[in-house]
Design a protein around this ligand. Structure first.
Ligand code: UD1
Length: 356
């Protein structure tokens, strides 16, 4: 059985690792990894392959950056040739990035079966490019692997046949569980700092909005040091804000590797983010998370986990940070099936239970 994995952007890499590893333990499975090249910087890509132990990609399509149309189209054109060449029995796509939807559309037209890992998540906000990618990918996928039961409910509501939907748990948490013992301890005292990340277009593409968030972080930094690994997109935008003033306690650093970032999350007093994956990882770690978004496609991190949606309301962000500093942090628990075995469940479903 030939299985081809498509990855392209940073959040895909933690998801493919456990699925590839579980399939590699099965006889008769031949795997191919395609990296679209959507993320290409060493700090956004290579370091993850190395630290996560993912085999080097068999194909790198080197598409690079571009508008959504240009990037998606370029991935489609280049991946079609690979699919025709390899002729896989199943293509696995991950998450909600442009590489995911591009590969899914190509496979649907070539009648190659598609499995979507992290299916069913919905923010119900079509202004998010990822929401469009999620809806379209699920529409054409044959096997839909969901991380939580809200995913199943969303898919059934959209008319997906229940027998195609499999609740397998959270593959990103598989990687976290495996690598937590190797997390690099941060060079800051335990709980003596907060961690921030921002990269969503809705937060960083408008200089005024980004300036307002930085202003709030500056004020929060009066009470605690903040470590802020800066995504390339955010770095570009920060460069365009004139007269930007940063608190001496707001530390802008380069994007971190997986093991370094895991250490930073684990020991943070709290996290401020707009990332999807970090909402999940902080829930697993039980670290309070303040999410600077109006909605989330991962509602279980709010209903069960330690996540709070503060929206784009900076006064609320500052108030919630103050509460945490005053010892009134939200606690949470770990959602069902976020147990380190999701990759194994996917492998059993696509390639059977027998292991080498
Ligand atoms: C993409 C995903 C987003 C995910 C994020 C994680 C889509 C629609 N969005 O957003 O869901 O949360 O990745 O990081 O697929 N750049 C570099 N080096 C790189 C990659 C990007 O400098 O290695 C810069 C480029 O200038 C590029 C910009 O970052 O234009 C944005 O990159 P892009 O891949 O378009 O989207 P992300 O914002 O990273």
């Amino acid at each position: 059985m030939k299985i081809l994995h498509v990855v392209g952007a940073r959040p895909n890499f933690m998801k493919v690792a456990p699925v590839e590893a579980a399939l590699a333990r099965r006889a008769g499975v031949d795997q191919t990894i395609v990296h679209t090249g959507q993320h290409y910087d060493a700090a956004m890509s290579d370091v993850f392959f190395r630290q996560l132990g993912i085999p080097a990609p068999d194909f790198n399509l080197e598409v690079g950056s571009g508008s959504h149309a240009a990037q998606t189209a370029e991935i489609m054109v280049r991946i079609e040739k690979v699919i025709l060449d390899v002729r896989p029995d199943l293509v696995l796509v991950y998450g909600d990035v442009n590489s995911t939807v591009a590969a899914a559309l190509v496979c649907a037209k070539l009648l190659v079966p598609i499995g979507h890992v992290e299916a069913g998540l919905r923010s119900f906000d079509r202004t998010m490019p990822e929401e469009v990618n999620r809806v379209l990918t699920d529409r054409v996928a044959d096997l839909l692997f969901t991380p939580s039961s809200d995913g199943n409910e969303n898919l059934v509501r959209e008319g997906v046949a229940p027998e195609r939907i499999h609740l397998v748990g959270n593959v990103m948490i598989d990687t976290l569980v495996r690598l937590l013992p190797q997390a690099v301890p941060p060079p800051y005292p335990d709980k003596g700092y907060a961690l921030a990340t921002l990269h969503r277009p809705s937060n960083v593409d408008d200089p005024e909005g980004l300036g307002a968030i930085i202003g709030a972080l500056n004020r929060i930094a009066a009470g605690i040091d903040i470590v802020f690994p800066v995504h390339p997109r955010t770095r570009q935008m920060l460069g365009q804000i004139g007269g930007l003033e940063l608190s001496g306690r707001l530390h802008l650093v380069d994007p971190a590797g997986y093991l370094e970032f895991l250490g930073l999350q684990r020991h943070a007093a709290f996290i401020v983010t707009d990332s999807g994956g970090i909402q999940e990882e902080s829930t697993y770690l039980g670290v309070p998370c303040l999410t600077v978004r109006e909605n989330t496609e991962r509602p279980i991190t709010v209903t069960v986990g330690s996540n709070i949606l503060v929206g784009r309301d900076m006064a609320r962000l500052e108030a919630e940070a103050r509460k945490i500093l005053a010892g009134e942090a939200k606690s949470g628990s770990v959602p069902p099936l976020w147990d380190g075995k999701a990759g194994e469940r996917i492998a059993a479903l696509v390639a059977g239970g027998a292991q080498k």
